[in-house]
Design a protein around this ligand. Structure first.
Ligand SMILES: C[S@@+](CC[C@H](N)C(=O)[O-])C[C@H]1O[C@@H](n2cnc3c(N)ncnc32)[C@H](O)[C@@H]1O
Length: 368
């Protein structure tokens, strides 16, 4: 009941809290729900580091310097990298999900679940539905654009993260969420709602093909009907030059994708551009392990076991060698935070999971 009041009490309570706390962000349902839900999401095994934006900090060195960049430990031309990354994911698409489980011992599920918890998508979707319902009951029309939840999962691949959002938002008929339903309340609140959508965007057709097939198997065809405005859609696109309009999403997520983007700064700029004012950016990515003992164990496992597993299971050692090398070449926790600050995100912070093997970075697009 208390939680219900926090999220749904006319939205004013959360809005007031949010404004007091931030004075920066929109009072849309998404931001409001997140502001209250987020602090409770970290577990004992995670450490949170808050870093408030410091405008006087110099911009970190641009990710792309000159005409060369890296592809794992190899130096390649900037133009070449995108094609090489594409080949990797084309090659691994069919075995991608099995390999994820094997390589991480299932941990990737926990990391993605944590991203989901921290995103507060479930609460945001409930807030949107509740407001819709209130308007329906009072026979009031409402501007649909002010009561939406638009989620974009970039580099979404085979849909693992997006499916969690679909379930949490109650879009899937198999996992209907009814926590707020009371006697007399309309059950139509749990029907797929055009005001809540999840868009999976990935550069790679093969990953999208596998993802869409999984989605049809898991949710049926209904969620995918309606093209780009379907509750769940799969679209091909490049994180560096997204085809979406400015200010169009409430939540942008990217899981294990950012390090594959050739120009990470450009990718972050695009994330900022497509987010609505008050929208939230969340990145789940491999990071750097600060503890030297854990790092040594992790390095030994990564360099000796993962490529061998890739060869055995996917018949593709090279792609998995790239995977472990690309992790080492990617920004550490602080550097990524600085890059996010540099493009304009506010209240940036990261949360280490599993000793920093991965980290969740987040930031908000201000309304002013
Ligand atoms: C390691 S997979 C992650 C997939 C999914 N997010 C997950 O967590 O299971 C990385 C994905 O990034 C995609 N990718 C790489 N470069 C990209 C880019 N520039 N724009 C969009 N997607 C990209 C790949 O095609 C691949 O599907």
């Amino acid at each position: 009941m208390a939680a219900r009041q926090i999220f749904l009490g006319n939205n004013n309570f959360v809005c007031r809290k949010l404004v007091q706390k931030q004075r920066l962000f929109s009072t849309n349902a998404a931001a409001a729900a997140v502001a209250t839900a987020n602090p409770t999401t970290t577990t004992a095994s995670t450490a949170t580091h808050n870093d408030t934006k410091n405008h006087s900090k110099p911009r970190p060195e641009l990710y792309i310097q000159g005409s060369e960049t890296h592809f794992g430990f190899e130096s390649v031309g900037v133009e070449e990298k995108e094609g090489r990354v594409r080949q990797v994911f084309e090659s691994v698409s069919d075995s991608y999900d099995v390999m994820n489980d094997l390589m991480s011992g299932g941990l990737h599920r926990y990391w993605k679940d944590t991203l989901l918890d921290m995103s507060a998508v479930e609460s945001m979707a409930q807030a949107v539905r509740f407001r819709q319902q209130q308007h329906q009951q009072q026979n009031q029309s409402m501007d649909p654009s002010t009561n939406q939840l638009r989620i974009l999962d970039v580099a979404g691949g085979t849909g693992d993260v997006a499916f969690r959002f679909v379930d949490a938002a109650g879009l899937s008929s198999s996992k209907q969420k009814q926590p707020w339903s009371m006697a007399g309340e309309s059950q139509t609140q749990n029907q797929p709602s055009s005001s809540i959508s999840v868009t999976v965007c990935d550069i790679n057709k093969e990953m999208l093909r596998v993802g869409e097939a999984r989605a049809r198997e898991r949710f049926g065809n209904q969620l995918l009907e309606g093209g780009d405005s379907a509750p769940l859609s799969f679209v091909q696109g490049n994180a560096q030059s997204l085809q979406f309009s400015d200010n169009s999403f409430d939540l942008y997520t990217i899981a294990f994708g950012l390090r594959n983007v050739t120009d990470v700064d450009k990718g972050l700029e695009e994330a900022f551009r497509v987010l609505k004012p008050g929208g939230r950016f969340m990145c789940l990515e491999f990071s750097q392990v600060p503890d030297p003992i854990l790092r040594q164990i992790y390095d030994t496992y990564s360099f000796h076991v993962i490529p061998a597993m890739g060869e055995l299971v996917a018949n593709d050692r090279a792609s998995y060698q790239y995977l472990v090398e690309s992790i080492r070449k990617f920004s550490n926790q602080q550097e990524l935070l600085d890059r996010m600050d540099a493009v304009g995100f506010q209240l940036t912070k990261y949360t280490n999971l599993t000793g920093g093997i991965v980290a969740i970075h987040e930031g908000w697009k201000p309304i002013i």
